[in-house]
Design a protein around this ligand. Structure first.
Ligand code: ZN
Ligand code: ZN
Length: 356
């Protein structure tokens, strides 16, 4: 067979619904691999991608088009599947292997990419589901076999979500300073990614964990996943109560929401010489009094998904420790448009995973 026919759900114009398109996939060359997609998670950032940009605050938005993403776009970056075809230079996987695909590809050649930090490549972004066709399709072409991680004993639907939601939580928790048992870590936002962050922080650090979320169900669930304290930020004096309960000893804060109000809360609750890690892409402007930086000697760091090595580490860790079972809803790929609408309307609890 010289080529295969891929069926992709792609949007032809920014902001428009996805439509089914066909594309010819030539036989893989070099290190290329064709994966038959069995699962693909829907991520909240797909809504931003479909709309064409992110809210940068102050009325400004980014443009994905100016950033090199070309129409039509086949989204889907939480891809799990089976290897069906390999290029002549591939030796790390074989036909029939079950894999999760690392989607955050860079140029693949610079020192940053070679070290496994393709997501931070400064030369070229070639993310699957943005610049390259992603997993809302029956077949996905992966440029190199090194981006494939074996599923092992994990549930393949859950493992697929590690490629974005999982490593986003893992990468952020790994950036926190070394903590003692007296220190506190605050986690803002206990949605799917935040809740995984709570479980990972409780498994990987000695600190006590405080969770900040307006939803009482999520606060209760956070306690079940290892948090010591859960606070409602809408309550009057929430910040003061939190500082009192933690003895003003919050060494690290991870903001999984990334809004104006949560980022300013983060810098207000972190202790001296502490660190704030901003992960969420809700949008807006970061407001913070400049003298707070020297007064607190604090650092503020961003965390964007994570590297290929972190995906491998997380997949190994998930086979050793019990991570929270964020509710998954399996749906046929043909329901992708309805599923994106449901996500935009806030009707999704946990994560939708599509199956071609
Ligand atoms: Zn994502
Ligand atoms: Zn690179």
């Amino acid at each position: 067979m010289d080529y295969r026919c891929a069926h992709r759900w792609a949007f032809p114009k920014w902001g428009e619904a996805l439509e089914l398109q066909q594309a010819q996939l030539e036989a893989p060359t070099g290190h290329e691999v064709t994966v038959r997609v069995t699962h693909c998670g829907i991520c909240h950032s797909d809504l931003h991608i479909q709309s064409g940009g992110f809210d940068m605050g102050g009325g400004k938005t980014t443009s994905l088009e100016r950033g090199g993403t070309k129409l039509p776009v086949t989204m889907g970056h939480e891809i799990g599947g089976e290897v069906v075809e390999v290029g002549p230079d591939v030796s790390s996987v074989k036909v029939g292997d079950r894999v999760v695909v690392y989607p955050w590809l860079g140029c693949g050649e610079c020192p940053t990419c070679q070290s496994g930090n393709d997501h931070l490549c400064n030369k070229a972004a070639r993310n699957l589901g943005m610049q390259l066709p992603g997993g809302y399709a029956d077949l996905c072409r992966v440029p190199h076999d090194r981006y494939l991680v074996p599923v092992g004993g994990l549930d393949p639907a859950r493992a697929a979500t590690f490629a974005c939601a999982g490593i986003t939580a893992y990468g952020a928790i790994r950036k926190l300073p070394e903590a003692t048992a007296d220190d506190w870590i605050a986690i803002i936002g206990a949605g799917g990614v935040g809740m995984t962050g709570v479980a990972l922080a409780s498994a990987l650090t000695r600190a006590k964990i405080a969770v900040i979320d307006p939803d009482p169900v999520k606060r209760e669930s956070a306690i079940a996943h290892g948090a010591t304290l859960a606070v409602d930020p809408k309550e009057a004096d929430a910040t003061r109560a939190l500082l009192k309960a933690t003895g003003n000893n919050i060494l690290g804060v991870v903001d999984f929401v990334g809004s104006e109000s949560t980022s300013s809360m983060a810098v207000n609750i972190v202790r001296r010489a502490g660190k704030v890690v901003i992960v969420g892409l809700f949008g807006g402007e970061f407001r913070c009094g400049v003298p707070l930086f020297p007064f607190k000697s604090m650092s503020v760091e961003g965390s964007y998904v994570s590297g290929l090595n972190e995906l491998r580490e997380l997949m190994a860790l998930a086979q050793k420790i019990k991570l929270p079972e964020i509710p998954l809803t399996l749906r046929p790929l043909s329901q992708v448009n309805q599923s994106l609408e449901d996500l935009a309307a806030g009707r999704v609890v946990g994560r939708i995973v599509l199956q071609p």
